[in-house]
Design a binder for this molecule. Structure first.
Ligand code: AMP
Ligand code: ZN
Length: 474
């Protein structure tokens, strides 16, 4: 297997990926909170995880990919303050939380399918695994990591000496902050809810019995309980957006490692934000751009995917319609070039690659295996499309191969009409002539041009290095 390098948030350096089990990769990605549609920023997170998964598959790994659906427990602030996002969504729409969850889960699945994001091996809903979450809280309770306040069971972060290590948290600094902003029963600002009690005066729509009282799980425990259930106490990769580093993932590490006594995850990968002129795109800000908004304005989901591919996942992307237009133009140019190539290659990709074509493939591999540098990978695809030293059939094979990672649905680009029906004999002569030109055998190339002419076709050599074929006789 080729060397795959990934930037690990845990160590803040690029590391070679060493799977726990040879040839296999287990990956858990924090999924959506289904109280509203996903905005195009959220979709960037799932796009980056899709690229990671595709690169693992491209390298021959068998990937077990788990994504959760948060349908309970996520409060308006990640630090367990404020209203429950799901209940807020339900009252906004006059529906039950269960209806809201189902509706937005389906909307999310349809968005990611439009973006050609491969579905996970396992989807898991938080409300389907309450038993596992209660078991984990019991484990933490027995080991002395919890305390109870009037509103829930809390994790005592002071008991876990490594707390905040991944996020490089300044715990003392946070405690200073606590004195100004917080005056609750939490012992420390970083302590977080494992189980929240239902209010005494009303029944919540979602609540369950537990050894500590009726209530619902905190947001963080679902990811620890479900990732461990499906991937084991120690697994390969855990992903999410950069906003998850200081709280959600920090808390997942604290819960999981305190409970199992083992290192939780080997590689943590985090995707940067999509930002707008006014700052980070966010759902709670009211108006936000959805994939459907882009589609309604005439963009295709693949235009947006191409736009995302142009920036490395650890860099912020500034979204604007001008930037999206520029990406769409680039993508349109790429598709028309591919369509010409498919016509000349007569829709038959080469079965084997020459040295030149292999060198391009190796460059592509090197880019994507260097911490998922797909923007460079895209540049290599462009080089391949323009390269004179390889045949169109080879180009076609490379397009198909690279698209396993890029996911631009390039297989759907049709061969340009007018060329698609050029007979195989002419195509073969065109390829032969190209070969002759490459070897600077201009006598032979002229001879082939004459032969092509005799058969009723004219070859025009364009400045760009491309060739155009015209039918001159019926
Ligand atoms: P949520 O549905 O709010 O729980 O968020 C789902 C995912 O989207 C999380 O992994 C977040 O880190 C990520 N996310 C939220 N806002 C943005 C943004 N503006 N750009 C990129 N990712 C984001
Ligand atoms: Zn999570």
């Amino acid at each position: 297997m080729e060397k795959l390098i990934l930037f690990n948030t845990l160590t803040r350096v690029k590391e070679e990926f060493q799977p726990i089990e040879q040839g296999k990769a287990g990956m858990y990605c924090c999924g959506p909170t289904v109280y509203n549609f996903a905005h195009i920023g959220n979709l960037r997170a799932y796009f980056f995880e899709d690229v990671l998964k595709r690169v693992l598959l491209y390298n021959g790994y068998k990937v077990k990919h788990v994504v959760n659906i948060t349908d309970v427990g996520h409060l308006v602030s990640d630090e367990d303050e404020g209203e429950d996002k799901m209940e807020k969504g339900a009252s906004r729409e006059g529906k039950t939380v269960w209806e809201i969850a189902e509706f937005y889960t389906e909307a999310f699945k349809s968005d990611i399918a439009l973006l050609n994001i491969l579905p996970p091996t396992i989807w898991c809903k938080a409300t389907d695994f309450i038993k596992e979450q209660v078991e984990m809280i019991k484990c933490l309770d027995e080991k002395g990591y919890t305390y109870i306040t009037s509103d829930g069971v809390y994790y005592d972060t002071a008991k876990f000496p490594e707390y905040g290590k991944m996020a490089l948290l300044d715990i003392e600094g946070l405690e200073e902050g606590k004195r100004i902003q917080f005056s609750d029963e939490k012992k420390s600002k970083t302590d977080f809810a494992l189980w929240k009690f239902s209010p005494k005066d009303r029944k919540r729509q979602m609540e369950w019995d537990s050894p500590w009282g009726t209530g619902f799980p905190g947001w963080h425990i679902e990811c620890s309980a479900m990732s461990i259930k499906f991937l084991g106490n120690n697994f390969d990769i855990h992903c999410g957006g950069v906003d998850h580093i200081p709280i959600h993932h920090t808390n997942e590490i604290a819960q999981s490692e305190a409970c199992t006594g083992k290192k939780f995850v080997n590689y943590w990968l985090h995707g940067e934000f999509l930002i707008e002129e006014k700052g980070k795109m966010s759902k709670s800000e009211g108006e936000f751009l959805r994939l459907k908004t882009l589609i309604d304005k005439g963009y295709s989901p693949m235009d947006y995917r191409y736009f995302l591919l142009m920036t490395h996942y650890r860099k912020k992307i500034k979204f604007s319609f001008d930037n999206l237009d520029a990406a769409r133009n680039g993508f349109n140019n790429m598709k028309s070039r591919i369509s010409e190539i498919k016509a000349v290659a007569n829709n038959n990709p080469a079965e084997s690659l020459s040295g030149n074509a292999n060198a391009i493939k190796e460059r592509f591999n090197a880019c994507v295996n260097d911490d998922l540098n797909v923007s460079e990978g895209l540049a290599v695809l462009w080089e391949a499309l323009k390269e004179e030293g390889i045949t169109d059939a080879e180009k076609f094979a490379l397009i198909n191969d690279f698209d396993k990672v890029l996911g631009l649905e390039l297989n759907k680009v049709e061969a340009s009409s007018g060329k698609a029906d050029i007979p195989a004999e002419i195509i073969a002569l065109i390829e032969k002539r190209k070969e002759a030109k490459k070897n600077k055998d201009f006598m032979l190339s002229d001879k082939i041009r004459s032969k092509i002419k005799e058969l009723g076709y004219e070859v025009l050599d364009k400045k760009s290095g491309d060739t155009e074929i015209l039918r001159i006789k019926n």
